[in-house]
Design a protein around this ligand. Structure first.
Ligand code: FES
Length: 68
């Protein structure tokens, strides 16, 4: 089992838990946290992190593992 899990939230962000770092394209590290929510809808004003805009924008996506 991995030390890091990424949960795809229904109609919302990717929630990442564990020991990891998030970097920008130049390799600079964002503040380290044990849990982060990464924007999946593209509407956040604080990318790469979720700011709740998915609710306002009516983002809809409910993928399930094992279904394609
Ligand atoms: S997923 Fe929450 S603002 Fe994009």
């Amino acid at each position: 089992m991995s030390d890091v899990t990424i949960q795809v939230r229904d109609n919302g962000p990717y929630v990442v838990r564990g020991s990891f770092v998030v970097t920008d394209a130049e390799g600079n590290q964002f503040e380290k946290k044990d849990v982060v929510a990464l924007c999946r809808c593209g509407h956040s004003a604080t990318k790469p992190f979720c700011d709740g805009a998915h609710n306002r924008e009516g983002f809809s996506s409910t993928p399930r593992a094992g279904q394609s």
